[in-house]
Design a protein around this ligand. Structure first.
Ligand SMILES: [Zn+2]
Ligand SMILES: [Zn+2]
Ligand SMILES: [Zn+2]
Length: 356
């Protein structure tokens, strides 16, 4: 709980009817003004459903179950994260809090903040600790939900193993978030009413984690000798993405997703590094570059391999290895292999390699 929660009023609940349960603008009185207490039970209901849809495990779960698992997980995450924002202040769920209108919140017609703003505000304003890993899992889920709504079952949303792996990650975060941030703010009788749902959600999570663990155990021995070219998979987040130069593809041995090297590098930059592959960072450095060894646009800057996960490397998805001896040109910021004392690449004016 953040320090700000000390300021929360004692919430005094009116008796609840079923239609109030799903009313996003349920009103609760407290001295001085009014707050709208957000619909935690609604969010819990979505999470219970995720466990039900994934109950059978990756071999037998249907396409329809996958679809609703992703949609309900995303909906549950959104409802619960926004519930916490509303506890901080009701205007924070508006896209532009400065333009917030109570009447729009009550009518449910508000233009609400997107997933990125939600997570950012929770961290910056509500002081909720959300790790980089959890942030990227939540944002990825929101992207998959959008893709699923617009294009149907494609990519990771069509892949039972990837969905299970992601669901395990997000549910694990949301259960902690509920325990630490939301349930303690509920009045005792309301908190008591969440108990059965929470038990079911925890049960669902441990079942899903069981599938993930079992599959990971099955492939562990095969992955072991390849640790220096094993990366985290952008689809399922497992350390099981293998660059396979003989096939000219990168493939995940956990979830089965597979792309040509350049596409794999782009996906990795977007979903593992959280980088837009077309935009340089603050230092002018791009996440995907041309490899000085093979000349393919498949060199990921700042990748990590399973044998040294704390170390950032230049990893070429075409060469299928961490490319040693590279540095960024101090002038054009492109990776190159400097000879002694060189700081700029051979394409830049003033390169000290002009002597050769
Ligand atoms: Zn995968
Ligand atoms: Zn290469
Ligand atoms: Zn240069």
């Amino acid at each position: 709980m953040s320090a700000a929660d000390d300021d929360l009023p004692d919430l005094d609940w009116e008796p609840r009817s079923d239609d109030q349960l799903y009313n996003p603008a349920r009103k609760v009185e407290h001295p001085g003004s009014e707050v709208f207490f957000p619909p935690v039970p609604n969010g819990l209901d979505y999470l219970v459903s995720v466990g039900e849809h994934l109950e059978l495990g990756d071999e037998r779960v249907s396409a329809r179950d996958l679809k609703y698992a992703v949609l309900h997980l995303a909906a549950g995450a959104e409802v619960l994260l926004k519930a916490r924002l509303q506890l901080e202040h009701w205007t924070l769920v508006f896209k532009d809090p400065g333009q917030a209108k109570r009447s729009e919140l009550e009518a449910g017609t508000l233009k609400s903040c997107g997933p990125e703003e939600t997570v950012q505000r929770l961290k910056d304003i509500a002081g909720v600790p959300i790790s980089d890993k959890d942030t990227s899992a939540l944002l990825k889920l929101a992207k998959h939900r959008n893709a699923l709504q617009h294009y149907g079952l494609i990519g990771p949303a069509a892949n039972a193993r990837a969905v299970e792996s992601q669901a395990a990650e997000v549910l694990d975060f949301l259960i902690r978030f509920l325990d630490e941030e939301l349930l303690p703010a509920l009045p005792a009788p309301e908190a008591e009413n969440t108990r059965a749902d929470m038990e079911q959600i925890r049960g669902g999570l441990s079942r899903i984690e069981g599938f993930v663990k079992k599959r990971m155990q099955r492939i562990r021995a095969d992955l072991e000798p390849l640790r220096d070219r094993t990366l985290r998979c952008p689809d399922c987040d497992q350390w099981a993405l293998i660059a396979e130069p003989d096939k000219d593809r990168v493939s995940c041995w956990f979830c089965g997703s597979s792309q040509p090297p350049h596409d794999g590098a782009t996906m990795y930059a977007m979903f593992v590094l959280g980088r837009d592959p077309g935009t340089p960072d603050l230092f002018g450095i791009m996440a995907v570059e041309s490899c000085p060894d093979c000349n393919e646009e498949s060199l990921v800057v700042g990748a990590r391999t399973a044998d040294a996960p704390d170390e950032q490397v230049f990893f070429c998805f075409s060469c299928a290895r961490a490319v040693p001896g590279l540095a960024h040109c101090t002038r054009c910021f492109v990776p190159f292999r400097p000879r002694e004392g060189e700081t700029t690449c051979r394409n830049c004016p003033g390169s000290v390699a002009a002597s050769d």
